[in-house]
Design a protein around this ligand. Structure first.
Ligand code: LMR
Length: 355
């Protein structure tokens, strides 16, 4: 529009004195350049927006990790990137945020790996196998090694890129009666977050698992829609599940981890320099998150205990062993769900019970 007008003005200027005509032409040309150039100039200065949606509160390992990424991403790009963090399901619930990422309505998520089946990557559920990791160290080694890389490769065909694994420790499990022996699970309804592997191990204990969005768990426990659930201490504390569950058992029966994921088209479309700065921010935010997760969970247990609203039962080795024995058939069952390849990789990575 502006070039046409400038040319038009230029044509109308013919017939005026030479100096006047030159002035009009120049003015028109300058106006044209300004009008044409402005939107681009304005655009160039506008920061690139990254919406990072997640479902836990800001004072959890994931919440703090997301804030750390924001801080570092904005710092390293000199403000060329602006990260908006939407915590506590304020923008989207579990399943919706995955759809939003695929549609490009958000650019970054960190869902638990138990929620990857809707992305067509149910292999991630292998990480939910019961008593898979002996401890945090083993978990970290596995996700940093060939298993983690292989899982991220699985996402590529879906237009999703995996950037990092973020830790949130071992699950506890709760109900309004003590869960000490496998028989205690019999007939109770348990909320699970999405994984069919978790569905299977609850069934092996005689429980009735059902998937619910994280944001709906407190109310479901309070109103008796479900009798119990599993989660990490920081999630029990920040979502106040401990207020509506009289007994919590700690047996380290399963592990909760997140995969930070982005829409590949968006990520690869970023200028290389910016992507490099964001990679650096993500690496440091990952180290930070993984370094605070254990302590955050220990502190959460202390706060839950201090509340006096629930009883935490730390299972003895023989009690754990009884759960383990009851849940072990999950491994055989999982071959048909997550496939043998990831199970074999896992068994190579850890002295495994996957065969
Ligand atoms: C859950 O739904 O229980 C967890 O995945 C929530 C979370 O992100 O920690």
């Amino acid at each position: 529009m502006s070039t046409a007008r400038a040319a038009d003005r230029g044509r109308r200027a013919v017939g005026l004195g030479a100096r006047a005509s030159l002035r009009v032409l120049l003015a028109g040309a300058v106006t044209g350049v300004l009008l044409l150039g402005l939107p681009f100039a304005a655009k160039a200065q506008q920061p690139i927006g990254i919406k990072f949606s997640h479902v836990t509160t800001s004072d959890t390992p994931k919440g703090k990790g997301a804030e750390k990424f924001k801080e570092l991403a904005e710092k390293y790009t000199g403000g060329k990137v602006k990260v908006e963090v939407y915590a506590n399901s304020q923008l989207y619930k579990d399943k919706e945020e995955i759809e939003a990422l695929q549609l490009g309505a958000v650019q970054m998520l960190a869902p638990s790996t138990a929620k990857f089946a809707p992305l067509g990557a149910k292999e991630f559920e292998a990480l939910d196998l019961p008593f898979l990791f002996a401890d945090e160290e083993e978990y970290a080694q596995v996700t940093k090694g060939p298993v983690g890389k292989w899982l991220f490769q699985k996402l590529e065909a879906k237009g999703i890129s995996g950037l990092a694994f973020w830790d949130n420790g071992f699950h506890m499990v709760s109900a309004n009666r003590p869960l000490i022996t496998p028989a205690d699970f019999q007939g109770l309804k348990f909320r699970i977050s999405g994984s069919k592997v978790a569905d299977q191990y609850f069934r092996l204990l005689g429980g009735l698992p059902q998937i619910l969005a994280f944001s709906e768990v407190y109310q479901a426990l309070q109103t008796g829609v479900v009798d119990g659930c599993e989660n990490t201490p920081s999630n029990y504390l920040t979502q106040k599940f401990y207020e509506v569950q009289r007994h919590i058992s700690a047996a380290d029966h399963a592990h909760l981890q997140y995969a930070v994921i982005v829409n590949t088209k968006f990520w690869n479309g970023l200028p290389a320099e910016i992507r490099g700065q964001l990679d650096k921010a993500m690496n440091e935010a990952t180290d930070y998150t993984n370094s605070i997760a254990s302590k955050e969970n220990e502190d959460s247990i202390a706060q839950i205990e201090a509340s006096g609203k629930t009883t935490i039962h730390v299972l003895t080795q023989p009690q754990r062993q009884a759960w383990k024995t009851a849940m072990m058939p999950t491994y055989e069952w999982a071959k048909g769900r997550v496939g043998r390849e990831v199970l074999e990789l896992l068994s190579k990575a850890i002295d495994s019970r996957t065969h």
